[in-house]
Structures are given as structure tokens and as C-alpha cells.
Design a protein around this ligand. Structure first.
Ligand code: PLP
Length: 291
């Protein structure tokens, strides 16, 4: 695998970062996970804009000008022979504060570290889309937004990792994190939706969750299909009363959820609105790809 590190492509063996990098010492950095369909990157400008916003939120200037990113991402895909016909690519951009003396002051790190990794995208198994996945409600709460904004896609991911550990221990696909007021927020790497009496519901951003790019796209598709949408504040009981539930993110698209804490959601099978929205997503996907 060729990795872009700072200013050049290096082999995996040579892709090493200093132990003084504040990304390593303090989780001080930001990242984005992106994908392509064939050679065309999905929602490219939205991901790059979010990367810039994450950087701005922590006072980290992304050292590569915005106009250079598309060519760089394509070079990364080409070098690794991914992102060609029928060969979708997974791309991860990581920008850390960079190496510097021990201490929290970002001024210790004059030069951020830039990493771009690409590999073939591993799609979720078709079986999961057919049967749906199971979730638990984690004991770990989502970070308080006033302590660490969920809009910052930070390389400090312990909040989500602790919740993921709970899911793994319970044999579940993933965990739902509640906020400080026991309201639903999101899962460890995805946003959550549910359907109740024909209405599509999803936690509002004010509950403290990442403004997912796929979430936003799905809300638009639902409105196009005239499905009533409620972005609101919901407790765990709303999931118990839901007819359907699903997750969204860039790599999974729309993943049905059929069990929560061991209880079936609705009939315990992927529901019709979940299927309809995933179908609409696939039918409209080309609109959201690079030219
Ligand atoms: N929520 C969290 C915590 C995430 O890490 C992600 C994606 O990585 C998402 C939601 C979904 O975001 P997107 O649709 O932009 O991939």
C-alpha cells in the first residue's frame, strides 16, 4: 500500500510518524473517512469541507489547499490500484497536530502531519442488509457537546471506542450512545433513524451527534418522497415503539436494524421505508458523485 505522508507517497514500511506527534500523545488531530464508487468520490466536497471545519474548530490549519485535494486523492487511489471500475475505494485522511515537545500547547507543533490511506472498500456483507443488525444501548454516554463537540471528527475517538467495546462484549453489531439527558444520539460510526407510524425520525443535531453527510442526504431523499420527517429529542422507549430502524454512514449507506437490546424492532425484519429509502439512495447516487 502507498501512503501519502506529508508531501510524498511512501510504502507502508516507510509510513512512520514520530512518537512526539501530538496525534499519538494526545489524540490531537482530525480525520475524514471517504469512499468512491468506481473512480468517482462520493460527496467529495462535503467531506473536505467537514475536514476543514474540524480543523478550524481545533485551530489546526489543513496544510493542503482545498483545490489540491481532488488530484491528491485520485493519485492515492491510482497508486494503490483502487477506485477503478467495480473497485470502490476507501479513503482516510488524517491530519494531526504534528510532532513537538511534550506539553499541550499546540504551538509546540509547527508542522501538522498529513496522511492519506486508501484501500479497496470492504462492503458490509449482503446478509446484514437482508436480516438487519442488532444494537445495544451503551452505558457509555456520548461526550457532552460543550465538552467536546461531536462536529469535530477528532482522532481522539475513545468515547466511541468505549461504546464499541460494550457492543462487542454483548455480541451486538454496535452501540447506540445516549446523551447527558438519556436521549438518543448516534451509534459509534453512524447516525440512527427510526420509523414510527409512517414518520421518519432521527435525533436532532442539538442532541449532540455528528452532522453525518449520509444523514443529511437521506433527510433530503425522504422529503423528496414526501415522507414526513421529525428531527427531535427521543428516548430509548421510542426505539421500542418503532416499526423500523436503520443506520447511515458513508461506507454502509443504509443498514437496517432489527434488534435493540435483544428486542425485535417492529416485525424484526428490515422495514418497507428502510428499503424504499435505500433504493432511492442507490437510484440517486450518481448525483452525489464527482463529475
Ligand atoms: N457518526 C459518527 C460518530 C461517525 O463517525 C460517522 C462516520 O464516520 C457518522 C456518524 C456518519 O457520517 P457520514 O454519513 O458523514 O459518513
Amino acid at each position: 500500500m502507498w501512503i501519502y505522508l506529508n508531501d510524498r507517497f511512501v510504502t507502508e514500511q516507510d509510513a512512520v510518524v514520530s512518537v512526539f506527534d501530538h496525534g499519538f500523545l494526545y489524540g490531537d488531530g482530525v480525520y475524514e473517512t471517504i469512499r468512491s464508487y468506481g473512480s468517482r468520490i462520493f460527496m467529495r466536497d462535503q467531506h473536505l469541507a467537514r475536514l476543514r471545519r474540524s480543523g478550524e474548530a481545533i485551530g489546526l490549519t489543513i496544510p493542503i489547499p482545498e483545490r489540491q485535494w481532488p488530484a491528491l486523492l485520485h493519485e492515492a487511489m491510482t497508486k494503490n490500484e483502487v477506485g477503478q471500475d467495480h473497485n470502490d475505494a476507501y479513503l482516510r485522511i488524517t491530519i494531526s497536530r504534528g510532532p513537538g515537545g511534550i506539553g499541550l500547547d499546540p504551538a509546540l507543533c509547527p508542522t501538522p502531519t498529513v496522511v492519506i490511506m486508501t484501500k479497496p472498500l470492504q462492503p458490509s456483507p449482503p446478509e446484514q442488509y437482508k436480516t438487519g443488525v442488532s444494537l445495544i444501548v451503551a452505558k457509555t454516554r456520548r461526550n457532552l457537546p460543550s465538552a467536546l463537540s461531536p462536529q469535530i471528527k477528532a482522532t481522539n475517538f475513545l468515547n466511541n471506542i468505549l461504546a464499541k467495546r460494550e457492543a462487542i462484549a454483548a455480541g451486538a453489531f454496535d452501540s447506540i450512545l445516549l446523551n447527558w439527558e438519556s436521549q438518543l444520539t448516534e451509534c459509534t460510526v453512524s447516525n440512527i433513524f427510526f420509523v414510527r407510524a409512517g414518520r421518519l425520525c432521527t435525533p436532532a443535531l442539538t442532541c449532540g451527534l455528528l452532522d453525518g453527510i449520509t444523514r443529511d442526504l437521506l433527510l433530503g431523499l425522504a422529503r423528496d418522497a414526501q415522507i414526513p420527517v421529525d428531527e427531535g429529542h427521543f428516548g430509548v422507549e421510542s426505539l421500542r415503539q418503532a416499526d423500523e430502524c436503520f443506520l447511515t454512514n458513508t461506507t454502509m449507506e443504509v443498514m437496517p436494524v432489527t434488534r435493540v437490546d435483544g428486542h425485535p424492532v417492529g416485525k424484526g425484519t428490515p422495514g418497507p421505508i428502510t428499503r424504499q429509502l435505500h433504493g432511492q439512495f442507490m437510484a440517486n447516487r450518481a448525483r452525489f458523485l464527482e463529475p
